[in-house]
Design a protein around this ligand. Sequence first.
Ligand SMILES: [Ca+2]
Ligand SMILES: [Ca+2]
Length: 99
Amino acid sequence: MLKRVLTLVVITTAITLGAVLSPSGAANGETMCGDVNDNGSGDAVDAQLILMYDAGLVETLQSLPGSDVNSDAKVNSIDASLILQAEAGIIPWDSLTCP
Ligand SMILES: [Ca+2]
Ligand SMILES: [Ca+2]
C-alpha cells in the first residue's frame, strides 16, 4: 500500500515537473542514461515509465539498460527519483551512471 502511495506521489511530481521543466536531450545521438523510452531526452516521462515498470504496470522498458541510472542492477523508484532530480537541476545529468 505504501509503495503504491509513494508511486502515486512520485508520478504526480513527475507530471508537475514535466509541465514546468523542459527536457534535456542527448547531443550525440546515442541513448543517454535516463532516456527510458529512447526518444533522445531524459525527462519526467522516463521517470514515470520506470515507476510503472516497478509497479508491474508495464512488462518491459524500451531502454532497460538506460533505466538503471545508479547501476545497481535494479530498475526501481530510486532510478525514477534520480531522473527527476536531474531534470529539476538538483543533480547533474552526468552524475547518472548506467551499466
Ligand atoms: Ca525519454
Ligand atoms: Ca537502479
